[in-house]
Design a protein around this ligand. Sequence first.
Ligand SMILES: C[S@@+](CC[C@H](N)C(=O)[O-])C[C@H]1O[C@@H](n2cnc3c(N)ncnc32)[C@H](O)[C@@H]1O
Length: 436
Amino acid sequence: MLKTTQLSFIESLKREKETDDWTFNGASTREITHCYHDYPARMIPQVAGKLLDLFGISAKYLFDPYCGSGTSLVEANIRGINAYGTDLNPLARLIAKAKTATPDIELLEKQIAIFTRMALSDKLRKVKEMPEIYGISRLDFWFKPVVIDRLVRIRAFINEITNEEIRLFFQVAFSETVRESSNTRNEEFKLYRYNEEKLAKFNPDVYGIMSAKLQRNLEGYKKFKAIIDNLKHPPFTNIYSFNTVNEIPEDLIQPESIDIVVTSPPYGDSGTTVAYGQYSRLSAAWLELEEPDKIDRKLMGGKPLKDLPLFPSDSLNIAINEIRKADEKRAREVASFYVDLLDSISNVAKVIKKGGYACYVVGNRKVKGVVLPTDIAVRNFFENHGFEHVNTFIRSIPNKRMPSKNSPTNAAGVLDSTMTQEYIVVMRCSSTNLIR
Ligand SMILES: C[S@@+](CC[C@H](N)C(=O)[O-])C[C@H]1O[C@@H](n2cnc3c(N)ncnc32)[C@H](O)[C@@H]1O
């Protein structure tokens, strides 16, 4: 008979073999409810799925502290795993809630049929008074008058839907419709208006866009629902808005209760990496979500630091010191992000069970020509809390929609290739809270 040590050696060889390819070149990233809505720096569902298959086989509870559009929550659910997620961006929470909701299919189909019939025969009720869209000061700069008229009517129709899950389903389709029918360049996550020439020819069929999105999402939803209905125990998903940098409320997630964390934190502060707030602004305003303009300042690395702190990671300290030699202020800005990441990891570590896993998908961006070793920082921060390093898988990014070039000096026209690889850091909790 094989001894335990031999077994785990064989097991690790097997894992090594199974983990060769993390690229998933050519794989569709828009299956099931993943088709609902685009999102900046969205995680590839296959990465979350593979991590769960390798490290979450007997998991009951997953937590994603930066859940964004909810990729890992959906992947957990289809494996029968209950999911908790949190995100400061209200649009992200709305998408994640919609993607994990399970409305009644018959009711949903009926509502879609009513909408399509009314919209395509131009019978959606006209709204008497033009409502104010908070958060967009120049509505006519971003939308043509006929587009505004249609969006107002669709919104009024959605607001009358009483079933919350069905309303959510319509809201995510509406959010993408807002974006697609706005005067913004769709291929960008930041808000850039079309030039005059393009604008003159731009006549979006707002009702057609909305109907097509509802239909596409319905097909994705049916597949998701079929998988969930086949599970022995239907999983639950709770999505919150707490900031793990400050705390994880014990009444929402208890200490040492989570089997696995699968997450992708932001790459750095919103100002110089991905502006989640800006991406969400138009949709959030139309959907009357909370003050979209203020989000970017609340996200990681938004607070200025007076001094440069020392981190429990030599590699990170060395990198930040290199940046400091070129630009002290920039070094403090960069450090601010890692202060938040460290605080967040300290709190996340406490909710993971002994033997549980933390899987962080990160990018090592370059600032002032210096590569910031975020993968090593994440590893060191968790090691500081009684976790051991299991593996760091390197994945080249074939098609992720994010800035693959940025300006490391923050000067226009000085570009550098960055973030063509991501690092999947897997840590295992080897102690209990008592000694963490
Ligand atoms: C890389 S995205 C996550 C994408 C997600 N994995 C997906 O597939 O959609 C990072 C997310 O972190 C969120 N975020 C940034 N700082 C945060 C904080 N302090 N607490 C919670 N969420 C935060 C952003 O709003 C953004 O949605």
